[in-house]
Design a protein around this ligand. Sequence first.
Ligand SMILES: *Cc1c(COP(=O)(O)O)cnc(C)c1O
Length: 327
Amino acid sequence: MNASKSTENFIPAKMTHGLEELFEHAPTALDILDHPITKPAEVQLWIKRDDQLFLGRANAFCGNKWRKMAYNLLAAREQGFSKLLTFGGAFSNHITAVAAAGEHFGLETIGVIRGEELNAQSNDSLQFASDCGMQLHFISRSDYRKKYMPEFLDSFRRTYGNFYFLPEGGTNDLALKGCAVLAAEIEAQLGFQPDYYCLSMGTGGTAAGLISGLDGKSRVLIFPALKGDFLKLELQRLLHDAGMNHLSNWDIISDFHFGGYAKMDAALLEFIYQFEQNTSIQLDPIYTAKLFYGLFHLLEAGYFPKGSRIVAIHTGGLQGRKGFGMA
Ligand SMILES: *Cc1c(COP(=O)(O)O)cnc(C)c1O
């Protein structure tokens, strides 16, 4: 492994347009996960602490949202945009991350939110986004489906002037580029190529980015936080668009969505508290808790050959705990 690859996201200060914080941070920690479950399974498990990557109000610009947005914010600055517009649901971590990033870096933000019946006081996430200065624009669910139609975006340009467009969840080619960096960063930290990577999936941008960065190495296990047969196709589409459709070293583990997006039960909440007691690491109920719950089930079921070296990615999202009454 060529160690200099881990710095491939390094961009000289004069080219970062005031965004050096995003590119000059130290690699996030890669810790051995010291948990009793790894011993009988006879595997080694590391956790990549991207939850420790955060900035802005309430640390809401964090984890994989940072990785996904870094090159987009750079592109927005390079192209002279002072406004970002994006789409999201009422509880979206992406919306709060864009709002916090805009406030931190001095960019105006517009959040187009699914649900015409909502307003800025409807929940903590929307209130937070609004407090960061994000303009919230509420639309019906049927209009929301038009979110990628050029004419629809043009109608927002007439209302708000020109903006840099970030798709829902922040997933686009530059988001994949920001997440691809993880592959080299982790390999440089370990000094070898692990057998497995495990991570959570929403839109799949983070997973597709990691898979493209690995370029065929290791096996990537993807744990969706939502339910649906479309997830595999969606990941295939993202890889195809990135010119990476020849890569098949990944599997979707679809048994641990707990009924769907933001759905959970007492067992998952109990798991979060147990995990924190054992490891002193916090998880969020929407994404990372389902990842580790699923991964621990696979460990118990003997899914991994003995001696396997596994890296699980903690993609952050901890600010989302508040919305579920967790400290
Ligand atoms: C948004 C989010 C994800 C999902 O990322 P995708 O790139 O949309 O798959 C995973 N984990 C956390 C903590 C998130 O906030």
